[in-house]
Design a protein around this ligand. Sequence first.
Ligand code: ASP
Length: 328
Amino acid sequence: MTLETPTANSFSLPFGEQRNGPLYGKDILSVHQFSREDLTHIYTVAHEMRGMVARIGTFDLLKGKILANLFYEPSTRTSASFTAAMERLGGSVIPINNVQYSSVSKGESLPDTVRTLECYADVIVLRHPEVGSCALAAQYASKPVINAGDGIGEHPTQALLDLFTIFEELGTSDGLSVTMLGDLWNGRTVHSLARLLALFNVKLNYVSPDVLKMPDEIVAELNGKGISQQAFTELDPILPETDVLYVTRIQKERFESQEAYDAVKDLYVITPDTMKQAKEKMIVMHPLPRVGEISMEVDADPRAAYFRQMEYGLYTRMALLAMVLGKA
Ligand code: ASP
């Protein structure tokens, strides 16, 4: 008996040339660019990617395509998952994680660096400390630029994977009470996720010290969309009704002084005791890395979804790359 090796084409999947797909050739800069319809499309593909990885691991959908991974700020998950996504799809990666060893250290501008990389690659994933840097890069690049975090601005692919996690774990996002906790001022993941959730019927709760509250501009934007939002300084009052507890790290690197960081760094810690007050059917998420805000004893709780969340990130990024490159 001959065993046929499955390929992308042997499944009836949404794969193949898709030059009229919603993301084909597009930059991914902000969650503002997505409609509910786009999300359905992305998650259908991400869900299929999950199945494909489970069944065959790696396949040749993006064979011959090259991704440039350009990171001006530290990263473990985003950079590794884009690399893994590209490699699982049969493509390859130019990794530039240590910009100090690239021509950036000689004073090369971002526009010149991206115009260089696009000579070699089909798509550029960029993380940079300045808000708006990815939009600037996209103005100069003719190949698609994917924002992997621009300072305290946005992190759209993280928000896409966060929402995919909510769908896969809870089946829906409509009607949910989502509580975001920690550094809501500097946390680009919560900025993007709050905006993305505004496409659905959700209730958003913000728990933070006043100095780290959700920026007024985002609260006003979501008010304008009719989203119910409440701010708290403690978790206790809102925890019992929470369906998704989204914990974030206090972003030390964004603080002006050690004293300012020390004043807020240990305000919230999720422990097994906290989990006793939470619903039985709820999930705890975190974009990671964590630096003490969720105790390791919580990891064994089935509601702790933060490790599964990373895996959903792989499938979401596979879907995005395949769609941007016109193959899904
Ligand atoms: N990894 C996420 C980010 O790059 C969250 C964090 O760093 O706290 O924004």
